[in-house]
Design a protein around this ligand. Structure first.
Ligand SMILES: [Zn+2]
Length: 291
């Protein structure tokens, strides 16, 4: 069995609800991903929630973390956490809700949003500091404290970014070390193996007991083939030896293909038992830590 810890939502046909505005926002946000990832926003916008479930069934994916986004302050765009809660409610054994939270709207408003996410049945939240906030600034500590109080985790975007109005200086995995230092019991997932700062992401996960790292969006033809000095076999061997219990499979779908990344993991020259941890066991342990 497999758990996908990084499935983006909010573009589904039956979910976008025919709103041209939402379709347009989705295109604006993610058009830059089309060429490098060979992905079509128009095709993604034709998907339904049932399509997600069918594809998961075909690939042996039992559960998926639904990743939302709130970029209200920077772009006036967000995926409504109430809509996401409906997906989770309709399929409670398949989906785990992780809506986006935007502290750039104001810290107290973001804290209230975390409470609302909890009340709606979500399990964690997604932060995108790349839109222009420094997660190590102590003024954001109320967010982390609120997550602790609610027994929720956060997923933070780190690594490369191509969305409009984002800044790479707020995409460093090392920022997570600072947050984990101040909140050592808070469960954290850093994304995309921090690519291209993979070494940084790995040492942050190695040092901090509650920091896990997903390798979502690491498409074989881009990150394993052409950029083999960063995401090559050596990184995975290091992870196998030093972090067998910390890596998580995530797809970043629709920007990454669930099938391609699963196939990539299956082909890696690391022990079968470690692959099983990365595809499933570690996600189960991560979820159990908080409850
Ligand atoms: Zn993502």
């Amino acid at each position: 069995m497999i758990i996908d810890t990084h499935l983006h939502v909010g573009y589904e046909k039956d979910y976008v609800g025919g709103s041209d505005e939402r379709r347009q926002w989705w295109k604006t946000m993610f058009c830059n991903f089309e060429k490098p990832y060979g992905y079509s926003t128009d095709e993604a916008l034709e998907m339904t929630v049932d399509d997600h479930l069918r594809r998961m069934d075909d690939l042996g994916i039992s559960k998926a973390f639904l990743i939302g986004i709130d970029a209200s302050a920077a772009l006036g765009f967000r995926i409504d956490m109430g809509d996401m809660a409906k997906m989770v409610r309709d399929h409670p054994s398949r989906f785990i809700g992780v809506p986006g939270i935007d502290p750039m709207k104001g810290v107290s408003e973001a804290v209230d949003d975390i409470q609302r996410a909890k009340d709606l049945g979500h399990s964690g939240v997604k932060f995108f500091p790349c839109f222009g906030w420094d997660p190590t600034d102590s003024k954001y500590d109320p967010l982390y404290q609120k997550l602790m109080d609610c027994s929720m985790f956060f997923v933070m975007h780190v690594g490369s970014q191509m969305m409009p109005r984002t800044r790479l200086k707020y995409c460093s995995p090392l920022m997570i070390d600072e947050v984990a230092y101040r909140f050592p019991d808070l469960r954290i997932i850093e994304t995309h193996l921090g690519w291209p700062w993979i070494g940084d992401a790995l040492i942050v996960a190695r040092k901090n007991k509650n920091v896990y790292c997903d390798f979502s969006g690491l498409v074989p033809k881009i990150h394993i083939g052409d950029v083999d000095h960063t995401a090559n076999v050596g990184s995975y061997r290091l992870a196998e030896i030093q972090l067998p219990d910390k890596l998580l499979f995530g797809s970043d779908a629709p920007h990454g293909s669930q099938k391609d990344i699963i196939d990539m993991v299956r082909a890696l020259p690391v022990a079968e038992g470690v692959k099983q941890k990365w595809l499933y066991d570690n996600a189960v342990r991560f979820l159990e830590l908080g409850y």
